[in-house]
Write a new protein. Structure first.
Length: 76
């Protein structure tokens, strides 16, 4: 969980300001790309911790995208 979830969270947190600045200064904005797997969508036996970590990455990424979109509209 530390690598799969905390690593994605800390990487996103670290570069949020840089991405916001870059996004404002370019035509197409900025992107965060987090990699998960099908196991973040479908549960398999004997892989519950892995499923939970990959599911957390998927939902975290979606939530951050919504937050960025909302803040971009506020500051546009």
């Amino acid at each position: 969980m530390s690598i799969n979830v905390d690593g994605v969270f800390l990487g996103t947190k670290t570069f949020t300001k840089l991405l916001a600045e870059t996004g404002r200064g370019t035509r197409f904005g900025a992107s965060i790309i987090n990699i998960s797997s099908i196991m973040g969508m479908v549960g398999y036996s004997e892989a519950s911790a892995y499923n939970a970590g990959k599911g957390a990455v998927r939902l975290f990424t979606k939530a951050v995208a919504i937050e960025f979109a909302q803040s971009a509209r506020l500051f546009a």
